[in-house]
Design a protein around this ligand. Structure first.
Ligand code: SF4
Ligand code: SF4
Ligand code: SF4
Length: 170
């Protein structure tokens, strides 16, 4: 689930219910923050929890959900495909490879192999995203030296449509 944080997009913890209901049910107890060993949950606006991918990645351990007593985080959300959230990676034109500088930092961190690099004529390489493989874990966000990577919220139908490889550079 995404919401606006100033002019940036921020995200609730995995398995969060819809944002309007979330604000009603979440008591701002911070139990999910304490539960997260990866320390990627922080207090956001109004004291509500949000994910900070600059701190690390979500390993989908579910500890935050287990600790949530109010139902603001619920494991039956997106039960159809057991997805904890509908987040996918997006790479902007700030990516160094776009200017011909060789960088693979994000791909090196992606255990799902959703980010790959294809050699091009002239020594350049092309970054490829596989939307089906991307779990939205965020492991690729912090290592990018130029903040070219964001996560975006996608509908289930869109993620299905985008199941094929997406080439970032035309
Ligand atoms: S699932 Fe685990 S790693 Fe992810 S936010 Fe919750 S406690 Fe942290
Ligand atoms: S969000 Fe996770 S799975 Fe998706 S591309 Fe980044 S590291 Fe890979
Ligand atoms: S880490 Fe950033 S600059 Fe490097 S390849 Fe990935 S998106 Fe491009």
């Amino acid at each position: 689930m995404q919401f606006l944080r100033g002019n940036k997009t921020a995200f609730r913890p995995p398995w969060a219910i819809d944002d309007a209901q979330f604000a009603e049910l979440c008591s701002r107890c911070s139990d999910c923050l304490s539960a997260c060993k990866e320390q990627i949950i922080e207090k956001g606006r109004g004291g509500f929890p949000q994910i900070n991918f600059q701190q690390g990645e979500c390993i989908f351990c579910g500890d935050c959900v287990e600790q949530c007593q109010t139902g603001a985080l619920q494991k039956n959300r997106f039960e159809a495909d057991k997805a904890p959230w509908m987040l996918k990676v997006q790479v902007s034109e700030k990516c160094l490879n776009f200017t011909g500088v060789d960088c693979r930092s994000c791909g090196d961190r992606c255990v799902e192999r959703a980010i790959r690099f294809r050699p091009q004529v002239g020594g350049k390489q092309k970054l490829q995203l596989d939307y089906e493989l991307c779990t939205g874990c965020g492991a690729c966000v912090a290592p990018c030296p130029v903040q070219a990577i964001n996560l975006i919220s996608v509908s289930e139908s869109r993620s299905t449509e985008q199941g094929s490889l997406l080439e970032v550079y035309a």
